[in-house]
Design a protein around this ligand. Structure first.
Ligand code: ANZ
Length: 753
């Protein structure tokens, strides 16, 4: 009698056994071959995990499981980015204190993640709103201040009227708030900044030594925005004053018809706005008299805060000149290039203070005598008090400013009455260092009280050496210039302060795609968010995992469909039957004869393909080759244990519960399949119905494709596959293909202009 595939009881059983055996608890102290496999920790939102989280986390888990089977000691931690506006806004909406909301949501997240069967080390989690965590966030702030990298200053900043708080430049997307989509306003406010601009050049050059998805590298490069030009000085007529302008087109100096300086007025005016100052400047190359304007389109914080207006060559200047009847003159480029060579970056300092409640209090004290003084390290953490008036008022102060018992303190330097900072830190500060925390959680360093000047942090030196930097970071590209830039910056600072011996936190980052539903991005407002729970319940976690991994390559934007779920479930049913069928004719000649060769060739081909595909995050094609293998094994009624074992091993990263069940209960192998060795393939057993095609661009080899010979002979398919290949694509990007030379089964050469 064949046993039914009862996913619910099988999955629960193994999740418990894995937990009891501590299967995924990394031996942090003694691991010989550490592999730190990290997925971006989630915000524990009220709704819980959605299918997009499940897609991304499953991808990371598949990779981690595979690495474990190749003999690595995998550490795969998980935690919660629980401070910040997302949790706080929800708490305000339901009129409940964020503390208790976060307790509930993190618990829900944990249940959901456990039900997906991911191999997390639950003994080392972090919750950024816990005092034992944010104590170190505050410590980081203190270090930044001591290093001269944190300062408070009045600045024109982004303000979200709906969230009633300021936002960092990186949190403004197309003029709107990253969280709620409200149009952002400009306000002049006193704010804390981290001097990330000091690291602009390092952040740029570091990009050259890390293995990241190209689009994320480009996004960071553009955001840093290195600009090389000249600083040219203009005399102001009738005064001794000079105005310096920054220009990237010094050769257009002859055609300048005005000068413009940033204005403090006109910020609320949408179109270009200006006011003539009544003064003139002298063009140093030809003596022309140029009217000096104040305008809203010159940014006071970029370059020198002044420009030379060249309407003949510059679009923005032309629009301005048109509006205010300023001359437009087109003269030849100057032969002589004036001005001093200068480099400017578009990157702005990182605005880290928030006038909100739900964040780590900024550990600074304002003393009437000593100015800003850091809270002594031994007094950390500065606890966030539980208050009932946690709603933001929007008056440029956070709710803590209403609590005397919180802000009235003595200056730690001189003992006189002083005032504690009442702003809190933005959640991106919390997440800028969490990857450093995980392996250290629970150590005596982590629990220690740092003492000033001791150079002591929460890092255990041996652990840091073994586990950091992160081996593989998996996450969303939407963080390209936010979290990923901030983490690199913080790591560089801690490196320079001699706390870390590396300066790039994520030498390898894989940007997964965003899941969509019915053609649109999954979002609450569209009402198309898929909750994974119901699918886990109906089809099982393994079926959901198989489906998520099968939807498309990890970096694509797959569309969630119920019909696909059913297909995944049918596939697992087929696998189950294969393992549970009575061997029909164990000595059948088919198994020893032709069939056997075909199956063994297919088996080794599949091992090769699945291995390669997992390493390239192409889980979808790995699964389709497993499906083919299962079909072949069915066709030949394969019951040889050796074959079944290999199939179970290959399936283990994708369907961890089912493969454990058949491994232990049917094949009688020792617990656990997840610690078993990944199968090896034998090239000589692979019948050569695959061909290697060399891909060239202008005659230079840029990649190879390993294809079934049928496909390898067809030009259109090879052309498409070659173009899709990441290694080749970067050589073709933005280029015109003039000609394609194709030798079937051997070479394809793109001739580009
Ligand atoms: C004259 C000119 C002629 C310019 C021309 C451009 C084209 P990047 O660095 O690539 O962004 N600029 C300089 N400082 C500015 C500020 N604070 N606010 C607004 N605009 C500013 O571009 C630098 C160019 O942007 C500079 O070169 C300057 O205009 C303008 F055909 O000078 B240019």
């Amino acid at each position: 009698m064949q046993k039914k595939y009862d996913h619910a009881s099988i999955e629960k059983k193994w999740q418990k056994k894995w937990d009891d055996a501590g299967l995924y608890v990394a031996d942090i102290e003694k691991a010989e071959s550490p592999f730190y496999n990290l997925w971006m920790f989630p915000y524990p939102s009220a709704e819980g995990l959605h299918a997009g989280h499940a897609f991304a986390s499953t991808g990371s888990d598949i990779y981690g499981r595979y690495m474990r089977m190749t003999g690595r000691d995998v550490f795969q931690p998980i935690g919660y980015d629980s401070f910040g506006i997302h949790s706080e806004n929800y708490a305000i909406k339901i009129n409940e204190n964020p503390q208790s909301v976060v307790k509930r949501t993190t618990k829900h997240y944990e249940e959901q993640m456990r039900s997906l069967g991911h191999g997390y080390d639950w003994t080392r989690t972090v919750t950024t709103s816990d005092p034992d965590y944010y104590r170190w966030t505050q410590w980081l702030f203190v270090k930044m201040f001591e290093a001269g990298l944190a300062y408070k200053k009045k600045a024109t900043v982004n303000f979200c009227p709906s969230c009633k708080t300021v936002l960092a430049d990186e949190q403004v997307i197309d003029g709107k708030c990253e969280r709620c989509g409200t149009i952002v306003e400009k306000k002049d406010l006193d704010q804390w900044f981290f001097k990330i601009t000091d690291y602009a050049d390092r952040l740029l050059t570091g990009l050259g030594k890390i293995d990241w998805s190209q689009r994320v590298i480009s996004a960071q490069r553009n955001w840093i925005g290195k600009s090389e030009g000249r600083t040219i000085e203009f005399q102001v007529e009738g005064t001794g004053r000079k105005i310096k302008v920054f220009t990237t087109r010094p050769e257009t100096l002859n055609s300048a018809t005005f000068l413009a300086v940033a204005s403090s007025e006109g910020k609320d005016v949408k179109e270009k706005w200006g006011k003539f100052t009544g003064k003139y400047a002298i063009n140093p190359i030809n003596g022309d008299k140029l009217p000096i304007w104040e305008t809203n389109y010159v940014d006071s914080s970029y370059g020198t805060g002044a420009i030379m207006g060249v309407p003949a060559y510059d679009e923005r200047d032309r629009e301005f000149a048109g509006k205010y009847y300023i001359d437009i003159v087109e003269k030849p480029f100057t032969k002589e290039i004036l001005g001093e060579k200068t480099i400017h970056y578009h990157l702005r300092d990182w605005l880290v203070s928030r006038q909100r409640y739900w964040g780590a209090p900024i550990p600074m004290i304002d003393c009437p005598k000593d100015g800003w003084v850091t809270v002594p390290e031994k007094d950390l953490p500065i606890l966030l008090p539980t208050i009932s008036d946690y709603k933001p008022e929007g008056a440029g102060r956070g709710p803590l400013a209403n609590h005397k018992d919180f802000f009235e303190v003595k200056c730690p330097k001189c003992g006189c009455m002083a005032k504690r900072e009442t702003d809190v830190m933005d959640t991106f500060v919390d997440s800028s260092w969490y990857f450093l925390a995980y392996p250290n959680v629970g150590t005596k360093e982590w629990k220690s009280v740092p003492s000033a000047g001791s150079g002591q942090a929460f890092f255990d030196e041996k652990i840091m050496k073994a586990w950091l930097p992160v081996n593989l970071y998996f996450g969303g590209a939407e963080h390209s210039v936010l979290h990923l830039m901030y983490s690199r910056f913080v790591t560089m600072v801690l490196h320079d302060l001699k706390y870390l011996d590396f300066d790039e936190p994520f030498p390898k980052f894989f940007a997964h795609g965003l899941m969509i539903k019915d053609g649109a991005k999954m979002s609450k407002s569209r009402g198309n968010v898929v909750n994974p729970d119901e699918y886990v319940e109906k089809f099982g976690a393994d079926a959901l995992r198989i489906y998520l991994a099968f939807m498309g390559p990890m970096d694509s934007s797959p569309d969630f469909r119920d019909s696909g779920m059913e297909g995944a479930s049918r596939f697992l049913g087929k696998v189950w039957r294969l393992f549970n069928e009575e061997p029909e004719h164990p000595t059948s000649p088919r198994l020893r004869g032709v069939g056997n060769t075909a199956v063994s060739s297919k088996l080794h081909q599949t091992i090769k393909k699945v291995t390669k595909d997992i390493e390239g995050y192409k889980f979808n094609t790995a699964i389709s080759s497993l499906m083919e293998l299962v079909n072949v094994m069915n066709e030949y009624k394969v019951s040889s244990t050796k074959y079944l074992e290999t199939l179970a091993l290959l399936l283990a990263p994708f369907a961890p519960h089912l493969s454990e069940e058949v491994w232990v209960e049917i094949l009688g192998r020792p617990f656990s399949i997840h610690k078993a060795n990944w199968p090896k393939y034998d090239d000589s057993l692979i019948r050569s119905d695959t061909v290697e095609i060399v891909v060239q661009v202008n005659g230079k080899m840029r990649g190879t494709l390993s294809l079934e010979s049928g496909i390898g002979n067809r030009e259109s398919e090879v052309t498409q596959l070659a173009k899709d290949d990441e290694k080749v694509a970067k050589w073709l990007e933005g280029k015109k293909i003039i000609k394609i030379i194709f030798v079937p089964g051997k070479i394809i050469n793109f001739v580009i202009s």
